[in-house]
Design a protein around this ligand. Structure first.
Ligand SMILES: Cc1cc2nc3c(=O)[nH]c(=O)nc-3n(C[C@H](O)[C@H](O)[C@H](O)COP(=O)(O)OP(=O)(O)OC[C@H]3O[C@@H](n4cnc5c(N)ncnc54)[C@H](O)[C@@H]3O)c2cc1C
Length: 497
């Protein structure tokens, strides 16, 4: 008997959301977080569409926004690729807001409250310093700031402990990719002459300055120096260093004081060679890091959490098919690899070298083409993600199920609401009682819902995974009985187990 079913090292946004996902299924979960209390600092301030859609399927979308958008959908939403603000990301988003204001620290607290409310234990001042995979369970060595040591055992461990993940290193998972070439600084400071500061994102041959100016409080200031990476990545940043770097790049002094948070980062693009080693997984920044171009990092991590959560819960509950846990790596590693690729491309396009100027101009022209806009917007927002299915010919299989408006009996709702419990759903829009009966042996783990739907949708019946992706769609033919059985087995195991 272990202390927990799952121990999560790291209580950042990814660890906390994963804990909430596991606790939703009654999995005995602990989060071991190094810091005695949250820092309250937010690197990321927004969430992209696929993350928003995913959180909507758990009823969390409103909760993660300190100021929920008054209207869920509006007109065009301008976004950038490589600092070129010519994308309209709303064109590829079918539901909800294309961009959601959600400071990382705020969302993290929402996930933490939800996890704790569902019964997960959150232990702060608990740094994971040792790990032994004993084959049928894992033992973690945990240390407090004062040096108190203890051990925690769990059937499974997930390292959500950030870019320098201790769990990843202890599990001997290689972190591979391209090294840093850029030295970037970021700080929240008070600008003494906000109107005199550079506006927005500025590029010149010396580098970039990025200003999110708040004349009434703290402004976020960023600098990118493309000449070389920081000689010492862990050296603390001072106000003088940030100020001098702004002056060097902008060409004039920008007075600032009251630094609240200063940090340095680079464009190293690294990824875990595998997301699983025995009983140990990695997720979030522990699995992938990259330059924060396009604000994709936290989104990737949160979607890792929702992909892994139900699979690990299925394993703990005893009905997971043999290879289900391995689909986490198979599905999520290529998605992150693609983000690393688009970020590397953005860094290349952002070079301050005048020889890149024409390339940037060409790119602006290309981005005016709807197909190019939609291709890039699909990548950045994550709405182009598609997973493999049991039937490669299934036209909608592996896609994210749209938030269809449904009538279930007398109740009007939408597909997202059916997924709040984190259980798979067989959704029958054509009242096919015999086909529904195929799922009877799986009723302990699959919800079967008959509904009517006025939205135009190409499938009469669909099987939806807990993370919102379509596992199977019916064609309306008799062969559906067979293909549905195959899909149920592939994703949700042998019946009655
Ligand atoms: C400057 C900068 C700007 C960024 N801007 C954006 C943006 O605009 N949009 C975006 O989407 N992403 C952005 N990111 C990336 C985003 O912040 C990360 O992807 C996100 O923080 C990842 O969350 P996480 O939970 O995986 O890791 P983290 O947030 O790093 O959390 C890891 C947690 O693990 C804890 N921990 C570490 N080691 C241990 C241990 N041994 N034992 C126990 N606990 C441990 C840490 O204390 C921390 O709480 C930015 C990153 C940087 C550096």
């Amino acid at each position: 008997m272990t202390d927990y079913d799952v121990a999560i090292a790291g209580g950042g946004p990814v660890g906390m959301l994963l804990a909430a996902e596991l606790a939703l299924h009654g999995v005995r979960t602990v989060v071991l977080e190094k810091l005695p209390r949250p820092t309250g600092e937010s690197k990321a301030g927004t969430l992209h569409a696929r993350t928003a859609e995913t959180l909507h399927r758990r009823g969390l979308l409103e909760a993660v926004q300190p100021k929920p958008a008054a209207s869920p959908r509006g007109g065009p939403v301008t976004f950038h690729f490589a600092g070129l603000f010519n994308l309209d990301i709303s064109r590829v988003v079918d539901e909800g807001p294309a961009l959601v204001g959600s400071p990382q620290a705020y969302a993290e607290q929402v996930f933490a409250d939800r996890a704790a409310g569902l019964g997960a234990r959150i232990e702060r001042d608990s740094e994971v310093v040792g790990l032994a995979d004993r084959g049928d369970h894992v033992v973690l060595d945990v240390r407090s700031e004062r040096g108190d040591a203890r051990q925690v055992s769990a059937r499974w461990v997930v390292g959500c402990d950030g870019a320098r993940s201790t769990v990843r290193k202890l599990a001997d998972i290689a972190f591979v990719g391209t090294p840093g070439t850029v030295s970037a600084l970021m700080g929240d400071v008070r600008l003494l002459d906000p109107l005199g500061a550079p506006t927005g994102w500025q590029r010149n041959h010396r580098g970039w300055t990025l200003f999110w100016t708040n004349p009434f409080g703290h402004s976020r200031v960023c600098t990118y120096d493309f000449r070389a990476p920081h000689p010492d990545r862990s050296a603390p940043v001072t106000l003088e260093e940030l100020s001098a770097e702004v002056e060097r790049i902008a060409g004039y002094r920008v007075p600032m004081d009251q630094p609240r948070w200063l940090t340095r980062f680079t464009d190293a693009a690294l990824q875990a060679r595998t997301y699983r080693s025995g009983r140990v997984f990695v997720a979030g920044d522990a699995a992938h890091v990259h330059f924060p171009a396009g604000g994709q990092g936290v989104n990737l991590g949160l979607q890792d959490a929702v992909n892994l959560g139900w699979k690990l819960a299925a394993q703990v509950r005893g009905w997971a098919p043999a290879d289900l846990l391995d689909t986490y790596d198979a599905e999520r590693r290529p998605v992150a690899a693609r983000v690393l690729y688009n970020v590397r491309a953005q860094v290349g396009l952002m070079l301050p070298d005048p020889r890149v100027d024409a390339l940037r101009e060409l790119f602006v022209e290309l981005m005016e083409l709807p197909q190019v806009n939609d291709f890039l917007a699909g990548m950045i927002t994550g709405v182009d993600v598609r997973y493999g299915t049991a039937h490669p010919a299934d036209p909608l299989g592996g896609l994210f199920a749209p938030d269809l408006r449904l009538k279930v009996g007398a109740t009007v709702g939408s597909l997202a609401g059916l997924l709040h419990a984190g259980r798979p759903v067989l959704l029958d829009l054509a009242d096919r009682a015999r086909l529904r009966a195929v799922a009877d042996p799986w009723l302990d783990r699959v919800d079967v819902v008959t509904a009517s739907c006025d939205d135009t949708f190409a499938a009469p019946t669909l099987l939806i995974r807990p993370d919102g992706y379509i596992a199977w769609t019916g064609s309306g033919l008799d062969s559906d009985h067979h293909t549905l059985t195959v899909a149920l087995r592939k994703w949700f195991g042998e019946p009655g187990k």
